[in-house]
Ligand binder design. Structure first.
Ligand code: FES
Length: 159
């Protein structure tokens, strides 16, 4: 059988000999991309677990207006309406967002979602903001956040 030549002089047969290597390259690239996402998910979440333990955020008096504190899967902020607690679990796939003090935003390291200091969604792919969760002051005057117990995002703890 005669070889069919392409425009650049390659034969169809020589091109077909390279096809398995090209397929192998595509598969390797796909696995690398997927494992990168998997690594980010393992490193940063998922945090949307219903059994997250309560988090002691320290003395309530230490949380100043406008300040955001984070610890484990919990964050608290104090605004002029009171104290709001958030679960640090991205609604997209559950990674734990980090708080960027310079930007005043929570940034998800997995796929780039961004949230305001009060948890409101600023940029997807997440479709909603960070969940507000229950918070109370214990007998020692410490803020105790319950990351697994969702709360009304409009409600603040008055202290
Ligand atoms: Fe995908 Fe946060 S887990 S953007």
């Amino acid at each position: 059988m005669a070889d069919v030549h392409t425009n650049n002089g390659q034969t169809r047969r020589s091109w077909l000999k390279q096809a398995p290597w090209a397929a192998w390259g595509l598969i390797t690239a796909a696995v690398a991309l997927l494992s990168g996402s998997a690594f980010r998910l393992l490193a940063h979440g998922p945090a949307a677990d219903a059994n997250l333990a309560p988090v002691d955020m320290g003395p309530v008096a230490d949380i100043k207006p406008g300040q955001v504190l984070t610890k484990g899967h919990a964050a608290v902020t104090r605004d002029d309406q009171g104290i709001l607690a958030l679960r640090l679990a991205c609604p997209h796939l559950g990674c734990a967002p980090d708080y960027d003090r310079a930007k005043g935003q929570f940034l998800c390291p997995c796929h780039g979602s961004r949230f305001a200091a009060d948890g409101a969604l600023l940029q997807g792919p997440a479709k909603s903001g960070l969940p507000a969760v229950a918070v109370h002051v214990d007998k020692q005057g410490h803020l105790i956040v319950k990351p697994s117990q969702e709360a009304d995002p409009g409600q603040r703890l008055q202290v």
